[in-house]
Design a protein around this ligand. Structure first.
Ligand code: GDP
Length: 586
């Protein structure tokens, strides 16, 4: 494409993009709208979406991604302060689906955790810390696509090192390459785990070859890419993998300030009966203690309990430690920064500040694959716009996945927004503009939100049981199904005489040879086997009297409304029928 080249970052607001493109924001909003995206001027769209829209607009402009450094905000990995101390590395596991990310995380967790802390092992957690030798390593335990999406948004701030899992019997796949690109872009070190070494057909050399084709030359071939051949199943070399993780981390010289008020990131949050809002967070600097006042997004509170993610009570949590915090007054959201402040007054003030300054995209996800799906969709499809908010990422994913199973060729749910945590003003705003229903799964609805929702006529439906939520969406979708048209035969009349014929009307008489004729009804005029007209029956007469119905064997007069001249002949048959629209259910 000829013309200008514009550099944009991974995300850009609609307003800023319109400025760059030198077109009115309204034009951009309209184009987004045409493509099924309801976005306001302050809303952020991602690079891929922007690119599609620019192409759709047919502008002589080429988009390029701005240099990586600015695309992802970096965390201060190495505190320069003199009192900073070494901190454990934070590690994410990424790779192609089915290559064994979950198994590997389980193997690491099982091997190390079982030694000391029991309990909570089967439960989903978003991060955990293990001890390896006398060192600690923190793992982010959100494998699969969720992890990718989450890491893309927040990962670079969280992760020091990525273990890229490649199945020895399968080799490098698109998601493997994606993970490598991610790690490079976020400037985090990689350790390659060639997994499933126990399997027949395991071919580590092929993978090393593929790695070198992607500029990752392994150490044994003279490069600096660290590769460990493992099996999550037999636990072969898991220890070695952890050794390597620590070795690579050491080169990074990860440090943080342990003294002073804690800061970190919320990585999961949910409501718990008896405990209220519960947040899992990763401490990034300082030391978090029971009794500290914390602010996270629009939530604040005093730390009541501090636990490891395996539910071991803690008095304090130092950098790189994942902790479970209770004591928040409102549920903070995934991705919220938390900060310890002096006192309750400041906590309250800061949380209000966050509330009002938060971007209009808070807690919502919309990605380019969704957009492409919408673009490729036929326009006849009827869609139900919904926003899903759930207590934890796991249930959010299940709700969305279950909702998608309801889709048919005719009707489909379209998730215009989703997120973990309670319903926010932004959700309401999006629901209002996109005419979406908000489904709240296991999350509370604050009373001010309820009020605003009823003011804006936004429907919020709260559920605690997945199938009830799905049933509700199902009945909403059923409403969108175009009704089924059902025809019921009533009876037949054989024409014996024609009394009047105009362009719009025929009056004739005849004998009912089958069934029961009623009025009003529709009818087909048949000559032999051929339909010569479809007409509306407006009146029936038995003798001089109007009749509601006439039965087989009776003679009657009939008035027909036609849409053109119908030259009826004696011996033609008129088949009476009713046509009804019957609503359908899924
Ligand atoms: P993920 O999609 O990357 O999280 O992959 P999973 O951990 O769910 O593993 C996918 C499949 O591979 C499962 O059936 C695992 O049991 C199997 N698997 C994972 N690691 C190994 C391994 O080291 N050896 C063998 N033989 N199978 C494995």
């Amino acid at each position: 494409m000829a013309g200008r080249t514009i550099e944009i970052e991974e995300h850009i607001t609609v307003g800023a993009l319109a400025d760059q493109l030198m077109i009115p924001a309204t034009k951009l909003i309209a184009e987004l709208f045409k493509n099924g995206i309801m976005a306001t001027i302050n809303e952020r769209i991602d690079y891929d979406t922007a690119q599609i829209i620019v192409e759709e607009l047919g502008l002589e402009v080429e988009l390029t991604r701005k240099a990586e450094e600015s695309a992802i905000p970096k965390r201060e990995k190495r505190s320069t302060s003199e009192t900073a101390q070494t901190r454990p590395p934070v590690v994410a596991v990424m790779g192609h689906v089915d290559h064994g990310k979950t198994s590997l995380l389980d193997a690491i967790r099982g091997a190390e955790v079982a030694k000391g802390e029991a309990g909570g092992i089967t439960q989903h957690i978003s991060a955990y810390q293990i001890e390896h030798g006398d060192r600690k390593i923190t793992f982010l335990d959100t494998p699969g696509h969720e992890a990718f999406a989450a890491l893309r948004e927040h990962g670079a701030q969280l992760t020091d090192l990525v273990i890229i899992v490649v199945a020895a019997d399968d080799g490098m796949k698109p998601q493997t390459l994606e993970a490598i690109r991610f790690a490079r872009k976020a400037d985090v070190k990689m350790v390659i785990a060639i997994n499933k070494m126990d399997k027949e057909g395991a071919d580590p050399n092929r993978i090393k070859q593929q790695l070198s084709e992607n500029d990752l030359l392994v150490e044994e071939w003279g490069g600096d890419t660290v590769v460990v051949e493992v099996s999550a199943k037999t636990k072969q070399n898991i220890d070695k993998l952890l050794d390597m993780v620590l070795l690579v981390a050491d080169v990074e010289d990860l440090r943080a300030e342990y003294n002073g008020p804690a800061k970190g990131l919320v990585i999961e949050s949910h409501m718990e009966t008896g405990r209220g809002p519960v947040a899992e967070a990763l401490v990034e600097q300082g030391t978090l203690r029971v009794g500290d006042y914390v602010v996270a997004g629009s939530g604040y509170g005093k730390v009541r309990n501090l636990e490891s993610t395996f539910h071991k009570p803690l008095k304090e949590a130092t950098p790189s430690t994942p902790v479970v915090i209770t004591g928040f007054k409102a549920l903070p959201e995934f991705g919220d920064e938390f900060t310890v402040v002096e006192n309750e007054k400041e906590a309250r003030a800061r949380s209000t500040e966050t509330k009002s300054s938060k971007g209009s995209n808070g807690g919502l996800q919309m990605d380019s694959s969704e957009l492409l799906r919408i673009i490729n969709r036929s326009i006849e499809l009827q869609e139900l716009n919904i926003i899903v908010k759930a207590d934890v990422q796991g249930s959010l994913t299940s709700v969305i996945d279950s909702l998608k199973t309801l889709n048919t060729d005719e009707v489909a749910v379209r998730v215009v927004g989703s997120g973990v945590g309670s319903i926010t003003e932004n959700d309401l705003h999006l629901a209002h503009t996109s005419k979406a229903i908000i489904y709240a799964f296991n999350v509370s609805v604050p009373s001010n939100i309820k009020q605003h929702a009823s003011r804006d006529r936004v429907s919020i439906r709260s559920f605690k049981v997945i199938y009830e939520l799905i049933d509700d969406a199902k009945s909403e979708l059923s409403e969108l199904l175009s009704p089924e048209v059902i025809e019921t035969d009533l009876g037949r009349l054989v024409v014996k005489g024609i009394f009047k014929t105009t362009k719009t009307e025929v009056i004739c008489g005849g004998e009912v040879t089958k069934g029961k004729l009623t009025v009003p009804a529709l009818a087909r005029v048949m000559r032999g086997n051929e339909t010569i007209a479809e007409v509306e029956v407006t009146n029936l007469k038995r003798g001089p009297q109007d009749a509601k119905e006439v039965v087989e064997g009776e003679m009657c007069g009939v008035s027909l409304k036609t849409t053109g001249r119908v030259n009826l002949e004696e011996g033609d048959k008129i088949e009476f029928f009713k046509r009804e629209a019957v609503s359908r259910t899924l």
